[in-house]
Design a binder for this molecule. Structure first.
Ligand SMILES: [Zn+2]
Length: 81
């Protein structure tokens, strides 16, 4: 019984983690689009076409996204998430 409960608990924790990761990855601010070109909302440069193929809703260029993710991680640690 204890083993089953533990397994269930671990499964739920895994799912919560997966969901948290999922949302952290997919939530993007609105894109700045002009004439079909997506401009990075942070630095204003054109978002790489290769990046948009991988992530059509990307609102930041690779460089700014990397910086943003590093900041998010730091914030997450601070708030204990
Ligand atoms: Zn940028």
């Amino acid at each position: 019984m204890d083993i089953l409960d533990d397994a269930k608990k671990a499964e739920m924790e895994d799912r919560d983690r997966a969901l948290a990761n999922h949302f952290a990855r997919t939530i993007e601010p609105a894109q700045d689009i002009e004439n079909g070109i997506v401009f990075c909302i942070r630095c204003g440069r054109e978002v790489e076409r290769e990046r948009l193929e991988v992530k059509p809703n990307a609102a930041r260029c690779v460089e700014c996204q990397t910086i943003h993710e590093q900041q998010e991680r730091r914030n997450g640690h601070r708030t204990g998430l």
